[in-house]
Design a binder for this molecule. Structure first.
Ligand code: ADP
Length: 472
């Protein structure tokens, strides 16, 4: 099968969040199953220089997007059998960071058009275009509105994946023709709640819509989780499904990870504690293997459930624990974490930054990993922590519910601890339960074994995607 994957970020080129992990690993897994998979990405100036050097100039051309005559350079790279096309346009992509600019809508409208425009230029007409999140939500919309009649585009089918329904690509309706270059009669496709909403348009036009876990696919039919799109999704339930993400088991491998102090595997798991000691030393925390360490890595936003930390922090810091937090996000949450770092400096560290290597040190060094997300499409951090033998403590929601199975002392099964209702003291109770389990060396080891021997690879999920592609 010929598959074109369109995303705003993909490892190993650029990553902002979980989408970058998925768009890096899924194409690789599909190639390993013998398919021709190519990925289209913007050529950001903020890309790592080493990866930028791997991109070879292919050609350039111009295309019309509304009244704009747009320059479109194409660079090409091949990594692990996946062909990458990187779209060059310095006006749109020579910026500090991939997103967060005032003109993101215009930038990704250009990019979505470029995804379709390059097909004849590179001589690749796929069977499937797989678009991801709001940045490329316009691809199925443009395909149907402006390309179907052109040779090569007639039979392309589209999959639209929702990695996070919170970010929908919402703009004023006055941008319809000028910025998005859609004819006025397309307003009915993209309009929702008085706004132009790219995700809504993609849900309507894509042949299949999926999210990154089965539970989240059900949850977003409910207004509590849908950020206003449940009324759009419910009638289209027939084409909505959920496929849980995997992780790149080579990148996230404690046996080979170059970022951690001491490598270890299931067989040598007693070495894991050396990573805790190294992290305690690096962070200036008391160096003691018997103090349980709780790690948190992720965006410091309400979605990640950090609000639940406010009422319980004081109580938690009375316990014999250490808490290590790495993340960036809402300024008030960042400030709260900085405050706690200062107030409980003998027990807690907050690193308000993005650091892939520190993240790995926490996954390897911590004994427990706290992820109390209010909603969670899939979540990768809990999978990575289990791969590293670190017990997850999670809110039973979305992908967290699907992947973290509560430990059952009777049967010895399960890989973590969860709590059901989104409530600070329920979370606190789950932390206490986790600490209780950790106290018992046999239980601690059993949970570590269960976590580390889990299969979080893309193998099974890639088969499910292939099945989905085939079904349309
Ligand atoms: P989301 O995509 O909602 O941000 P996920 O758990 O699906 O959350 O994926 C987040 C990914 O980004 C994980 O691989 C996590 O380790 C990484 N990550 C998040 N914040 C940071 C940070 N501050 N430094 C390093 N890595 C981070």
């Amino acid at each position: 099968m010929k598959i074109l994957f369109a995303a705003a970020e993909a490892l190993p080129f650029i990553k902002v969040g979980g989408l970058g992990d998925v768009a890096g690993a899924l194409p690789k897994a599909l190639v390993q199953k013998g398919h021709d998979v190519r990925v289209v990405l913007p050529l950001y100036s903020s890309m790592k220089p080493a990866m930028r050097e791997k991109c070879k100039y292919l050609k350039y051309f111009y295309f019309l997007h509304g009244w704009r005559n747009c320059y479109c350079g194409i660079f090409e790279a091949e990594v692990d059998g996946v062909t990458y096309y990187l779209i060059d346009n310095e006006y749109y992509f020579k910026r500090k960071a991939p997103y967060g600019e005032f003109d993101d809508g215009e930038r990704f409208a250009f990019f979505s058009r470029a995804v379709l425009e390059i097909l004849p230029q590179v001589g690749f007409f796929p069977d499937i275009i797989h678009a991801n999140d709001w940045h490329t939500a316009a691809v199925p919309i443009y395909l149907d509105s402006q390309y179907r009649g052109r040779e090569g585009y007639e039979y392309i089918k589209t999959v639209f994946s929702i990695h996070n329904i919170e970010f929908q690509g919402k703009y004023g309706l006055d941008t319809l023709t000028n910025v998005f270059a859609l004819a006025p009669d397309w307003v009915s496709v993209v309009e929702h709640d008085g706004c132009l909403n790219l995700m809504k348009g993609a849900i309507e036009r894509a042949n299949a819509v999926n999210t990154v876990s089965e539970s989240y696919a059900n949850e977003i039919l409910d207004p509590y989780f849908s950020f206003g799109l449940d009324s759009i999704l419910r009638p289209r339930r027939y084409k909505l499904s959920g496929i849980v993400n995997g992780i790149d088991m080579d990148t996230f491998n404690p046996a080979t990870d170059p970022a951690i102090a001491v490598n270890y595997s299931l067989e040598t798991r007693e070495d894991k504690v050396k990573n805790k000691l190294a992290l305690q030393k690096e962070l200036g925390l008391p160096e003691d293997p018997d103090i349980p360490m709780i790690g948190m890595v992720g965006r410091l936003t309400s979605q990640k459930g950090i609000d639940l930390m406010y009422p319980v922090m004081e109580e938690l810091m009375k316990q014999n624990v250490q808490l290590v937090v790495l993340g960036t996000g809402y300024p008030e949450i960042e400030d709260f974490m900085r405050f706690c770092d200062a107030a409980y400096h003998d027990k807690m560290r907050a690193m308000i930054t993005f650091s892939a290597s520190m993240a790995q040190k926490i996954y390897a060094g911590a004994d427990m990993f706290l992820m109390p997300s209010k909603s969670e499409p899939c979540g990768l951090a809990q999978l990575i922590s289990m791969r590293y033998g670190t017990m997850p403590i999670v809110h039973a929601v979305g992908g967290l519910k699907d992947t973290v199975i509560p430990f059952n002392p009777e049967t010895g099964t399960g890989n973590g601890v969860n709590f059901q209702s989104y409530n600070a003291w329920d979370m606190y109770n789950a932390i206490e339960r986790a600490l209780g389990l950790w106290e018992n060396p046999d239980t601690r080891d059993q949970i570590m074994v269960n976590g580390m021997s889990g299969d979080y690879s893309w193998d099974v999920s890639a088969d499910k995607y292939l099945h989905l592609y085939q079904s349309i």
